[in-house]
Design a protein around this ligand. Structure first.
Ligand SMILES: Nc1ncnc2c1ncn2[C@@H]1O[C@H](COP(=O)(O)OP(=O)(O)OP(=O)(O)O)[C@@H](O)[C@H]1O
Length: 229
């Protein structure tokens, strides 16, 4: 039987604008199966980041529901929602969001320590993952001592360290030069092929999008499947 990692039904989101409301999207449905990868494309301002934040439980919809591995996330208390996020999801952002005062290793260890893993085990696991993303020589570097591509590799390692069911990526290559973006893209594809993790990738990068199992386009307030176009 198929296992739906994320299921969203009739999602709508609007923001207050003057006396009225600005509707971003309306009645959006979305399903992500275990192991599946999906790209979300759309013009600037179409609502891609907003949608990703709703799917990841980081922002609340005005209508509709999101289930993450069967948990109705927006019905949960903030504490339980945090637990569901930490257990099932990993996040990668355009601007890495690494903690500046901590080393690469400490940044990757953080989700494990929050999940109460003993420190020596956390270090072992985070080190193995940093090796896997090609950063064995950089574990002690702080984010400011890493290149843009290296910082994004650390973010990817941090997102994967809890063995999430799904990684949500918002423009993972958006802030990188072409050559570095290609290398990070290659890493994402390797991980996609090797792991059972699902991926949702918001991107403007058509090459990256086309490598995903499905390509969705956010337009006119709805999601259209444009896989293969
Ligand atoms: N907190 C907010 N309050 C009001 N409007 C907002 C807020 N956050 C986003 N918006 C508006 O919602 C729309 C969608 O924003 P969003 O960041 O989701 O777009 P996007 O498709 O990810 O854009 P880009 O590709 O440029 O990153 C934009 O018009 C934006 O101005």
């Amino acid at each position: 039987m198929s296992n739906k990692i994320i299921r969203a039904e009739k999602l709508s989101k609007s923001y207050k604008e003057g006396k009225g409301r600005l509707s971003i999207f309306d009645a959006v449905d979305f399903i992500l199966e275990e192991g599946e990868s999906v790209a979300i494309l759309g013009s600037s301002g179409s609502g891609k980041t907003t949608l990703l934040n709703l799917l990841g439980g980081l922002d609340k919809p005005n209508g509709g529901n999101v289930w993450v591995n069967g948990h109705d996330v927006h019905a949960l208390s903030e504490r339980k929602k945090g637990r569901v996020r930490n257990e099932y999801l990993g996040f990668v952002y355009q601007f890495h969001h690494l903690l500046p005062e901590f080393s690469a290793l400490e940044n990757v260890c953080m989700p494990l320590l929050i999940g109460k893993m003993p420190k020596d085990q956390a270090i072992q696991k985070a080190t193995a993952l940093l090796n896997r993303v090609g950063l064995a020589e950089r574990v002690a570097h702080k984010p400011s001592e890493l290149s843009g591509g290296e910082r994004q590799r650390v973010s990817i390692a941090r997102a994967l360290v809890n063995d999430p069911k799904c990684v949500l990526m918002d423009e993972p290559t958006g802030n990188l030069d072409e050559g570095t973006a290609d290398k990070v893209q290659q890493l994402i594809m390797e991980l996609k092929d090797q792991l059972k993790t699902s991926f949702v990738v918001v991107t403007h990068d058509l090459t990256l999008a086309k490598k995903m199992d499905r390509v969705l386009h956010l337009e006119e307030k709805t999601l259209k499947d444009i896989t293969g176009l």
